[in-house]
Design a protein around this ligand. Structure first.
Ligand code: SAM
Length: 434
């Protein structure tokens, strides 16, 4: 989501101010930090980064420094108190107002703050996708992000998202379709639909009706040239049967589902206010697997939520064994200011939590290796995304189940689908041959 938002910041500055991206911060007239406040560590990072670029103002007096994203949304004016040399502070929903904010800063000499939530206004003011460096590169690789909804209305007790990005707001169907059609016309073959809870999508259709996420997927899959659909992130409560059924009938929908569960203990799920039980989560996975037997399931976990006992943690490990997750984003619980869980008593020692996290990650890593081994010798249809980051020579392609496979091939293949036979598994990386 942040990557997508950053590319949109580049889009608006290119369109309104004719700016181009620089490789070195020393060459920049505007430096923006797009921040994340999901955990404390991510939040602290921005202030150390700000300190680093502050001195550049000495050599370039025109340099403007901005802070956007969720830390900006959460802290607002407080950022200026801690870092008075910051020129603009804007939230995820006001990034389209960047040119006006920069102009106002230049005209008045005063720092500007706009962290309001003008709902879906943002999307009406963004230039067409693909003008930015970020999306241009993505389009060349045959894949692109498309944001379909913003915010979250679930109010899980640990999470800041409803307070920093606002409640769930879906873009109208016609707007999403226009973006996707433009991308297809530019050669994009795969889109990843983005949002905090994409499967909560309820967009205005035609004639005053509302369409759901399954309908949106069907509409996009019907476009000629659109070959693969991904989405992230989703919520277990919004996994409707209509959506699950698509795994049986829509081959364009990839064999990978990222479905955050956070914990395998009903007691902790209730304290987190997730709105579902472990059994209900397993029921979703069972039905998805009935529709698509070879699907890879990945998830998010929070370890060390206040009051998590050894028994609760063992329940999470049991769920991991039962589901056989292929990968995870797993972190220690981080208290977020203003969230209900931040008020809860937490007596578990940090070392105990760290040990639990290590055990959980080791178990999932072992499962990841099992999935990789099972892919050995198979031929996978993969979309060539670019040059491999590993050695800078081979090509890197993404399989349907979201694995990267490196192989030797011509650069002209970037942006196309190829059939790759998996010949080697080195830790997490797959190697293959055309
Ligand atoms: N749809 C997702 C869901 O079902 O929760 C929402 C994605 S959420 C914005 C991204 C992930 O960040 C969450 O799944 C959670 O694991 C993690 N996260 C959120 N708040 C956290 C906190 N206070 N401490 C640690 N991890 C957190």
């Amino acid at each position: 989501m942040n990557e997508y938002d950053s590319s949109k910041m580049a889009d608006v500055l290119r369109a309104c101010e004719g700016m181009v991206q620089t490789e070195r911060s020393e060459d920049a007239d505007v430096i923006l930090f797009n921040t994340c406040s999901i955990r404390e560590k991510a939040e602290e990072k921005v202030f150390s980064d700000l300190g680093r670029v502050r001195t550049l103002k000495l050599t370039n007096p025109n340099l403007l420094i901005g802070v956007g994203g969720c830390v900006a949304s959460q802290e607002g004016e407080a950022i200026l108190k801690r870092a008075p040399y910051v020129d603009v502070v804007f939230g995820p929903q006001t990034l389209h107002r960047l040119p006006q904010l920069l102009q106002a800063r230049r005209a008045t000499g005063r720092s500007q703050v706009d962290i309001s939530f003008p709902e879906i206004e943002k999307f009406d003011h963004l230039p067409a996708p693909g003008l930015s460096h970020g999306e241009g590169t993505q389009a060349a690789s045959g894949t692109a992000y498309v944001s379909i909804m913003e915010g979250c209305s679930k109010y899980c007790t640990f999470c800041v998202v409803p307070y920093t990005r606002g409640e769930e707001v879906s873009r109208p169907l016609a707007d999403v379709m226009r973006d996707v059609e433009e991308l297809v016309a530019r050669g994009v073959k795969e889109v990843t639909l983005l949002g905090q809870n994409v499967n909560a999508y309820r967009g205005a259709g035609g004639d005053g009706d509302t369409v759901d996420f399954a309908y949106l997927l069907q509409s996009i899959a019907a476009l000629d040239g659109m070959e693969r659909l991904r989405y992230t992130t989703s919520h277990p409560r919004d996994m409707s049967q209509r959506l699950i059924d698509l795994y049986a009938t829509m081959p364009k929908l990839v064999s990978h589902l990222h479905l955050p569960v956070q914990s395998g203990s009903d007691r902790i799920l209730a304290a987190m206010k997730r709105g579902h039980t472990v059994l209900e989560y397993k029921s979703v996975i069972r039905r998805v697997r009935a529709a698509r037997p070879d699907i890879c399931i990945t998830s998010d976990f929070i370890v060390g939520f206040p009051g998590e006992t050894e028994q609760d943690f063992e329940a999470t490990m049991k769920l991991i064994d039962e589901v056989g997750f292929d990968n995870s984003f797993s972190y220690l619980y981080s208290p977020r200011p203003g969230t209900p869980a931040a008020e809860l008593r937490d007596e578990t020692q940090q070392e105990v939590k760290a040990m639990r996290l290590k055990r959980l990650q080791d178990r999932i890593e072992a499962q990841e290796a099992t999935v990789a081994q099972a892919m050995l010798g198979t031929t996978q249809r993969a979309l060539v995304e670019g040059i491999s980051k590993k050695d800078g020579k081979e090509l890197a392609a993404r399989t349907d189940n979201n694995r990267i496979v490196n192989f030797s091939g011509a650069a002209g293949m970037i942006g196309s689908f190829v059939d790759v036979k998996i010949t080697q598994v080195v830790r997490h990386t797959l190697r293959g041959e055309l």
